[in-house]
Design a protein around this ligand. Structure first.
Ligand code: NAG
Ligand code: NAG
Ligand code: NAG
Ligand code: NAG
Length: 588
């Protein structure tokens, strides 16, 4: 099949100049094997209230709750069935006078002068914390989760939440402390903040600007302070696209995808970098196709797939192109270990006169600028970032960027998809029949579709594409539940819940095996999700090859590619045109 697909693409090859800016890449472009329209979805549930723009989802597996932040409303849904009808809601729209004020500022009465929920996370055992744009005057508040109602007066949210509902924004509540990144106000510079406890830590704007027109898409906590011999600190990563200051060899590249890192325990400097991060460092994230002068430089979504240890964790990024009129997406995977290595490497430096950035090759002060406080520091009598020497802080201030970029695993994207703009992504691990663990990726598109893909040997096979919303609209939020074995996707018009796997969709042995869904196997009579099967002896699956294989107790059978396999019970045969290999002759 892969050969077949490759031939088809080769035949369809178009010269570089005829419309599309690059030649198709046969190896990386995958076509969904199955297309399911919204009318054919199996086991899906839908929720929509009076509000619009269901852009924030908070899943709590233990409680079985899916909290939803929309425009002017919050909902608490039953995660096992979001359509169950027992939804709790909080109406939280901006009052009329606030809306009028917003309108007089010249804001859009259709989009901006509403209360868009931008932040909704667990604060402590009993409370959630929420922030909304509140018609261009952001507010935040605590919610009593059990009662699902506000438990406090509203707090000023201007330092924590952007005014503009469309502005890139990301935030985390970690151990009761809030970290956010956005361009908060219309004219302010983008900033990464540690909002509480006070004083707020921020990024530096001069003499070297740490962030330039940054558009944030995500953030992630990587715990590193447990069981480390180094006495290291937890890291918080922020992901964004910003204006490129570097001179790049790549033409027409005005923006770069970036990862920035800060240490959780950073308290700012004493004199230099007072109320500023002392651990802010950023690096470029590359997602390019080798041998093509072609770079996916706009980051749209990231997902951290956590491993047992931080080194075994991986980042997945959805990238797009700078050109708005060309649809294309690439998915790149990075190991956290590689990211960590880049932040341990050499720094970038800008010569004031030329504004050119190049590798800094001079002397680096001790302890290493931008690193977290470790035992090494403590042995030097440095217990907190406030004890750091001035020369170290002065260096950090002028050298926020790393010289080396972070390269993706295998130096190339896992997937390159033309004509599709992925907007959101989530990843989970699935153990296949033979015990091998596969990463399964779910990608939402800008037109309301969900692509499900399995990562096999550094490539993605798209198992299926599902039309979640009949009316084209972007998937704005997505979350996977392993407890309910569902994926939830939010869009401008509602939330939809679909099962992670629907093996019963595959009615034949051929379809079942060829789907290459690690959760599905053919049991001789039907395609089953074998997670709950104890007896797995007569199940058939082939994720790596997706070949048509049939196994009984004694033998395994393969049909040559593109030959039909028919099964009756556990008895299968290849079509006449192929050499009959059933029943097997050898050994019997
Ligand atoms: C928004 O403004 C437009 C033009 O000013 C107006 O026609 C429309 O009725 C307004 N919509 C609302 C909901 O106020
Ligand atoms: C959680 O935080 C809220 C808001 O600060 C507070 O009222 C509540 O007592 C806290 N709950 C617990 C269990 O600490
Ligand atoms: C750091 O902590 C150690 C042990 O708690 C203490 O002896 C030392 O004085 C502290 N150093 C500073 C600079 O606060
Ligand atoms: C699995 O194989 C066993 C023994 O060959 C057979 O008894 C059983 O019916 C099979 N199960 C299915 C679901 O076909």
């Amino acid at each position: 099949m892969k050969m077949l697909a490759r031939w088809m693409f080769l035949c369809c090859c178009v010269p570089a100049l005829s419309g599309y800016p690059f030649r198709p890449l046969q190896d990386l472009d995958a076509t969904p094997r199955v297309t399911v329209l919204s009318t054919g979805l199996l086991g899906s549930q839908r929720f929509s209230g009076a509000a619009r723009s269901y852009s924030v989802l908070l899943l709590e597996e233990d409680a079985g709750m899916l909290y939803v932040g929309a425009r002017g409303a919050l909902y608490a849904l039953d995660a096992s069935d979001i359509a169950a009808g027992n939804a709790l809601s909080i109406n939280w729209e901006a009052p009329v006078d606030q809306k009028l004020q917003c309108l007089t500022k010249g804001k859009d009465n259709q989009t901006e002068c509403f209360n868009h929920i931008r932040f909704l996370q667990r604060f402590n055992e009993t409370h959630l914390y929420v922030c909304g744009t509140h018609a261009f005057k952001p507010l935040c508040a605590y919610i009593d989760a059990a009662q699902f109602r506000f438990s406090s007066a509203f707090e000023d949210g201007r330092e924590k939440c952007p005014y503009d509902p469309a502005k890139g924004y990301t935030g985390l509540l970690i151990d009761g402390e809030m970290y956010t990144a956005s361009q908060y106000e219309f004219r302010s510079s983008p900033d990464i903040r540690h909002n509480s406890p006070s004083p707020t830590l921020k990024t530096e704007e001069g003499p070297t600007r740490w962030l330039v027109e940054a558009d944030f898409v995500g953030s992630a906590l990587v715990r590193e302070n447990v069981n480390t011999a180094r006495g290291d600190d937890d890291k918080i990563y922020f992901f964004f696209t910003e204006k490129s200051q570097e001179q790049t060899p790549y033409f027409s590249q005005s923006r770069v995808a970036r990862v920035a890192r800060v240490c959780k325990g950073d308290r700012g400097g004493q004199r230099t970098l007072q109320k500023k991060w002392t651990t802010f460092l950023k690096a470029r994230m590359l997602c390019s196709i080798p041998d093509y002068e072609f770079h996916f430089n706009v980051l749209r979504s990231v997902f951290l797939l956590e491993g047992e240890e931080s080194q075994a964790s991986f980042l997945y990024g959805v990238f797009g192109l700078e050109w708005k009129n060309v649809k294309a997406s690439a998915i790149c995977k990075y190991s956290i270990e590689d990211v960590q290595r880049v932040f341990e490497g050499s720094y970038m430096e800008s010569q004031d006169s030329s504004q050119k950035w190049s590798e800094y090759t001079g002397k680096v002060p001790e302890p290493r600028p931008g690193s977290c406080i470790t035992n090494h520091h403590r042995a030097m009598g440095i217990n907190s970032s406030r004890d750091l020497p001035d020369d170290v802080l002065a260096f950090v201030r002028r050298h926020p960027a790393m010289f080396q970029p972070v390269h993706p695993v295998e130096q190339r994207p896992l997937l390159f998809k033309r004509t599709v703009d992925y907007t959101k992504m989530a990843v989970h691990r699935v153990a296949a029949l033979d015990g091998t663990v596969y990463n399964v990726l779910l990608m939402g598109t800008d037109e309301g579709w969900l692509h499900k893909a399995v990562e096999v040997k550094g490539h993605l096979h798209i198992i299926e594409e599902l039309q979640l919303f009949e009316e084209p609209q972007p998937i704005e939020s997505m979350v996977i539940s392993l407890a309910t074995r569902s994926v939830y996707a939010g869009s401008p018009t509602g939330v939809v819940q679909v099962p992670l796997t629907t093996c019963q969709r595959y009615g034949s042995c051929f379809d079942c095996v060829f789907a290459r869904d690690p959760s599905c196997a053919w049991d001789g009579a039907a395609c089953v999700d074998f997670a709950s099967h104890f007896d797995r002896s007569n199940l058939t699956q082939d994720i790596v090859n997706g070949k048509w294989a049939v196994r009984t107790e004694q033998w395994m059978m393969w049909c040559p590619l593109a030959r039909a396999l028919s099964c009756r019970g556990t008895m299968c045969s290849c079509s006449v045109s192929s050499a009959p290999i059933w029943p097997p002759r050898s050994g019997h």
